[in-house]
Structure formats: structure tokens, C-alpha cells
Write a protein that binds this ligand. Structure first.
Ligand code: URA
Ligand code: SF4
Length: 205
């Protein structure tokens, strides 16, 4: 199976998944989308109203802002892979619960393994917690760290700028950091799925 086929297989499983309570209220599951060989992957929180209607990630207000922010970093949406920690909409856009995130992690883990991105950008607290479980987003946003052989950088969620205008500058600042980050990423060769990172890879910078 090639990488596109693996992603399609994950999509098909997600569409039918009943492994957590979120399947009961979803209209369409939202597996995520983007090129199978994307060098950069964005991980958000979970589908909202419009995403649940369309089965696509980040197509509502936060998605429009994401598109604009990507443009400011000279990135087009179709160059990057975009997904979420939970693939089905939490009712009323409530926070995803730990058991839901855990039940859904197998899909995200497989997406990361097959795409093998050089850079992972987490959007908001819930995807940040995957890599920085104890961190406060206000303290570490915009700072990249090597994790498992790739650069992982936590950003504020674009929706934060919509709900709290005073965070707008911080959100924009995070995306401005993408340009130098992608330059830095040219030196990065993430490990294959089965190969643990070499210790020296972790000290590239
Ligand atoms: N917010 C998210 O975290 N994900 C989406 O897909 C849309 C909005
Ligand atoms: Fe399955 Fe994830 Fe949807 Fe829960 S959120 S039903 S684990 S695909």
C-alpha cells in the first residue's frame, strides 16, 4: 500500500468508527486532509459545526482565519496536512474529553507515521498536550522543540484570536515564526516509522 492508500484506509475506518461517545452525535467524521507527503502537519482540536456538516477540517470561521495565517507564511492550504485530535464533533463544541482523545489517538498516530512530517504544528491546548503535557500554552507558544525526530511547535488556536482579540497579535506572531521554521526544517530528516530517532538528531540546533 502506498501512503495515499494508507490515508484512505484510515479515513474509511474513521467514517465508521464507534470507539467513543462522539460517534453518536456526529453527522460526518472529519479525518483530516492534505498531501500524503506533506512536510508540515497542523493538528487542531476537533470538528466544529461546519466541519461536522462537510466532513472537512477547518472550514468555518477559524478555518478562514487559518487560511489567511497560512498565506502570511507563504503556505497554501493544499501544501499542508490538517487534522484534529478528535475526528468527530464534540456536541456544542465542548472540550474533547480525555477518553475521547485517547480513543481517537490511534488514527492520529497512524496519520503521523504515514505522512512522517518534518514539522508538526499543534493548534491549541489539546494537541499541545500530546507533546507538552504539563505546559501552559501562554508560556511555550511559538517555541519549536525536537520530538521524535521532528520539529514540534505549539501555536495558539486561531479561534483564540476570534474569541479574545487581545490574543490576535500572539496568534499572528506564531504564524510569522513558520517561515524561519520551515527554513530550519530543511535540515530535518524524520525517522522512518519503525526507526527510533538517533540521539544526535535531537541536538541538531
Ligand atoms: N477547530 C478545530 O480545532 N478544528 C477544526 O477542524 C475546526 C475548528
Ligand atoms: Fe472514533 Fe475518534 Fe470519532 Fe471517537 S472521535 S468515534 S474515536 S473517530
Amino acid at each position: 500500500m502506498n501512503r495515499e492508500q494508507v490515508l484512505k484506509e484510515i479515513e474509511a475506518e474513521v467514517a465508521e468508527c464507534t470507539d467513543c461517545i462522539l460517534h453518536m452525535s456526529r453527522k460526518l467524521a472529519v479525518p483530516g486532509e492534505g498531501p500524503a507527503d506533506a512536510e508540515i502537519m497542523f493538528i487542531g482540536e476537533g470538528p466544529g459545526f461546519h466541519e461536522n456538516e462537510q466532513g472537512r477540517p477547518f472550514v468555518g470561521a477559524a478555518g478562514h482565519l487559518l487560511d489567511t495565517l497560512l498565506e502570511s507564511a507563504n503556505l497554501k492550504r493544499d501544501q499542508v496536512f490538517i487534522c484534529n485530535v478528535v475526528k468527530c464533533r464534540p456536541p456544542g463544541n465542548r472540550d474533547p474529553q480525555v477518553e475521547e482523545i485517547e480513543a481517537c489517538a490511534k488514527y492520529l498516530n497512524r496519520q503521523i507515521r504515514v505522512i512522517n512530517p518534518k514539522v508538526i504544528v499543534t493548534l491549541g491546548r489539546f494537541s499541545m498536550a500530546r507533546y507538552f503535557p504539563k505546559a501552559r500554552i501562554s508560556a511555550i507558544h511559538g517555541q519549536a522543540q525536537m520530538k521524535e525526530g521532528r520539529l514540534v511547535v505549539p501555536f495558539y488556536h486561531p479561534a483564540a484570536a476570534l474569541h479574545q482579540p487581545k490574543l490576535r497579535a500572539a496568534v499572528e506572531q506564531d504564524f510569522a515564526a513558520l517561515v524561519p521554521l520551515l527554513e530550519r526544517a530543511k535540515e530535518i530528516h524524520p525517522p522512518d516509522a519503525e526507526t527510533p530517532p538517533e540521539p544526535e538528531q535531537l541536538n541538531l540546533f
